[in-house]
Ligand binder design. Structure first.
Ligand SMILES: Nc1ncnc2c1ncn2[C@@H]1O[C@H](COP(=O)(O)OP(=O)(O)O)[C@@H](O)[C@H]1O
Ligand SMILES: [Mg+2]
Length: 306
């Protein structure tokens, strides 16, 4: 068996006695699409910044692509692609020039770049924008260009920090398709996100983080099965509280109360559904358990400021 692409062991980042990342251990295997999921301030970006050699760990062992980090990050970066949380494209240059400039960092020859750049523009659906200046591109286009740029050195490992935050659904879906294409071509990918559906759709395995720690990890479906009953009914509307107080004992289901909504979880929910038909003033939603239920159960419901 080949060695993991990333091995992190008891990794911490401590600044002014604050544990931004607190003693985490994980590995990422060749060809895996790994997601790091966590609320704002969980430590996702700090973890990635250690992986890519931008900030040294305070403690612990880290190897990426079989290179020791810190120490061998220059060699490691030759095989690494990074899409950072904010697009840092050069606004004074065109789309093509941005790709050329980036390729030069990797010492790519002009002939390699003249072959690769049209392929990357096609991949990013930016053929028509080859000579456009960066400020004329939409947010989605800029993000796709950042992705194309990260691929210029044909990396073995691609690391993406919230690649679809702030994009509209169409733009997001195009990024998803492209990331799946890369995964199918054998690339190893690590992405951070706070979009549950993104994590659930794309990732083979998820690492759920909060307060610098790993709360759990596993395949999305396995995490849902492990933590949450398969059926969920959300109930709100006038008299929801009265209804809940009358019914909760009869139903015998696990429930949570958040704001104006009661969440009921169960394996068999037919009785509650038929019972709800008699209360037209209540609004309800019956749905399968999802990753958001897991996430909220593990990380709590209090609001996180951006
Ligand atoms: N250079 C720094 N110095 C001090 N605190 C930092 C620094 N960078 C990030 N933080 C804090 O560390 C925590 C984790 O941040 P970050 O890794 O960016 O989280 P995430 O990407 O999950 O939102 C946050 O509370 C953030 O405010
Ligand atoms: Mg972040």
């Amino acid at each position: 068996m080949s060695s993991p692409i990333v091995t992190a062991h008891t990794l911490s980042k401590i600044i002014d006695r604050t544990h931004l990342v607190d003693n985490i251990s994980f590995s990422v295997e060749q060809g895996e699409f790994c997601g790091i999921l966590g609320p704002n301030g969980a430590g996702k970006t700090t973890t990635l910044r250690m992986l890519i050699g931008h900030t040294p760990p305070t403690q612990g062992y880290l190897s990426v692509l079989n290179w020791r980090i810190p120490g061998q990050e220059r060699a490691m970066r030759q095989q690494l692609g990074v899409v950072s949380q904010t697009d840092n494209l050069d606004p004074d240059f065109t789309v093509t020039e941005n790709l050329l400039n980036y390729g030069r960092y990797f010492g790519l020859t002009h002939s390699i770049m003249t072959q690769r750049i049209p392929e990357l523009l096609a991949f990013a659906a930016l053929e028509k924008k080859a000579h456009a200046l960066i400020p004329t591109l939409s947010g989605g286009m800029q993000r796709r260009l950042s992705l194309a740029r990260a691929l210029i050195n044909q990396p073995k490992l691609l690391i993406l920090d919230e690649p679809t935050t702030g994009l509209d659904p169409q733009a997001r879906q195009l990024i998803w398709q492209r990331l799946r294409q890369l995964k199918n071509a054998g690339m190893t990918l690590i992405l951070t996100t706070h979009y549950m559906e993104e994590a659930e759709r794309l990732c083979d395995r998820l690492i759920i983080m909060d307060n610098g720690r790993i709360l759990d990890e596993g395949a999305p479906r396995a995490l849902i099965q492990q933590h949450i009953e398969p059926q969920v009914i959300e109930i709100h509307g006038n008299n929801a509280e009265k209804w809940h107080l009358q019914q909760r004992k009869n139903l015998g289901l696990r429930y949570e109360h958040v704001g104006d909504t009661w969440f009921y979880y169960g394996y068999q929910v037919e009785s509650i559904l038929s019972q709800l038909q008699a209360f037209p003033e209540l609004y309800f939603l019956h749905r399968p358990a999802n990753l958001e239920d897991v996430f909220v159960k593990l990380t709590g419901r209090e609001l996180r400021e951006n």
